[in-house]
Design a protein around this ligand. Structure first.
Ligand SMILES: Nc1ncnc2c1ncn2[C@@H]1O[C@H](COP(=O)(O)OP(=O)(O)OP(=O)(O)O)[C@@H](O)[C@H]1O
Ligand SMILES: [Mg+2]
Length: 288
């Protein structure tokens, strides 16, 4: 059985003066400027900030999908400049191949990473192990259109984990799910992170989710030229229990710190058109 690296807290992901400019018809647009951050092995980091501030851009740079125009990112002292299986991405929209079953979707990724390193039997065992991690064994032979949104998301997470990435990158992984499914998947993710100890960077709009899951919450300023505004260390003991935490003053203190950053320090003026919306689709405590 393959095991993820765990423990051993050395700095392993380092952003230095990261900046990016996108060419636009009106000239270059500076989305990020002077982003500096050091992340330790096994840390769970949440990225939070208002819509359009540059969170996905940060993730895309770590994923190697975008190239920084200034500075750069080092993973274990190696410069990140292209995508690689040691940095797996889970997108909000599942991104499973619709013609393949859950099993086959994971198999495709596993073959890409472990071809020649694992026998067929080992691969099968590994894929089944990862399906079991996200409680999807029963639906291994179902295609994406035969399973729910939450189940698709679990397959996406299993696929990413099956690649044994050093870093798991998640862009609003639970944003499109109902509250109960989201809570269930958050608990699964906490359990998986506790078991495997891999480094996670997760973008979220949900303040409670950020506090519940994170070791540190990286709060970004509004763009253009967005950067790291504040970094909040969440020193709550693990394993964390959402119900028990709800009554803890420390938990509420952390929530308050994030809300204060977002709604006082980085207050965003909403365009007039959004004031006509009857409901806020993102719900309370979520960032616009
Ligand atoms: N390929 C691109 N070309 C030009 N501009 C871009 C490109 N990608 C992102 N941007 C701009 O960079 C800024 C940051 O975008 P990004 O998608 O990173 O925001 P975000 O924080 O992830 O927002 P959201 O919370 O809405 O997903 C935005 O102003 C966006 O329009
Ligand atoms: Mg985004």
């Amino acid at each position: 059985m393959i095991k993820m690296n765990s423990g051993n807290h050395s700095k392993h992901l380092e952003f230095t003066q990261v900046g990016i400019e996108f060419p636009t018809p009106k000239g270059p647009f500076c989305a990020l400027k002077d982003v500096n951050l050091k992340i330790e092995k096994g840390e769970f980091i949440s990225l939070i900030g208002h819509s359009g501030c540059g969170k996905s851009t940060v993730l895309n740079i770590v994923a190697g999908l975008y190239q920084a125009t200034n500075g750069g990112v080092l993973l274990d002292n190696k410069e990140v400049n292209q995508p690689g299986p040691e940095r797996a991405v889970v997108f909000q929209n599942h991104s499973l191949l619709p013609w393949l079953t859950a099993y086959q979707n994971i198999e495709l990724a596993v073959k890409q990473v472990f071809k020649g390193k694992m026998s067929k039997a080992q691969m099968k065992e590994w894929i089944n192990h990862n399906l079991a991690l996200v409680h999807m064994t029963h639906a291994a032979d179902k295609r994406p259109d035969e399973i729910s949104g939450g189940m698709k998301q679990r397959v996406g997470i299993a696929r990413a984990l099956a690649m044994q990435p050093k870093v798991l990158l998640m862009d609003e992984p639970f944003g499109a799910l109902d509250a109960l499914t989201r809570a269930h998947l958050q608990d699964s993710l906490m359990q998986i992170h506790a078991d495997l100890g891999n480094t996670v960077i997760m973008i979220t709009h949900d303040v409670d989710e950020a506090v519940l899951l994170s070791d540190r919450i990286v709060m970004m300023t509004n763009g253009p030229s967005a950067t790291v505004g504040e970094v909040l260390s969440v020193d709550l003991a693990r394993p964390r229990d959402r119900l028990a935490l709800a009554d803890q003053p420390e938990y509420n203190h952390y929530r308050h710190q994030v809300l204060k950053f977002l709604y006082e320090k980085q207050r965003k003026i909403e365009p007039v058109s959004t004031q006509h919306k009857k409901t806020n689709p993102k719900g309370k405590n979520q960032v616009a």
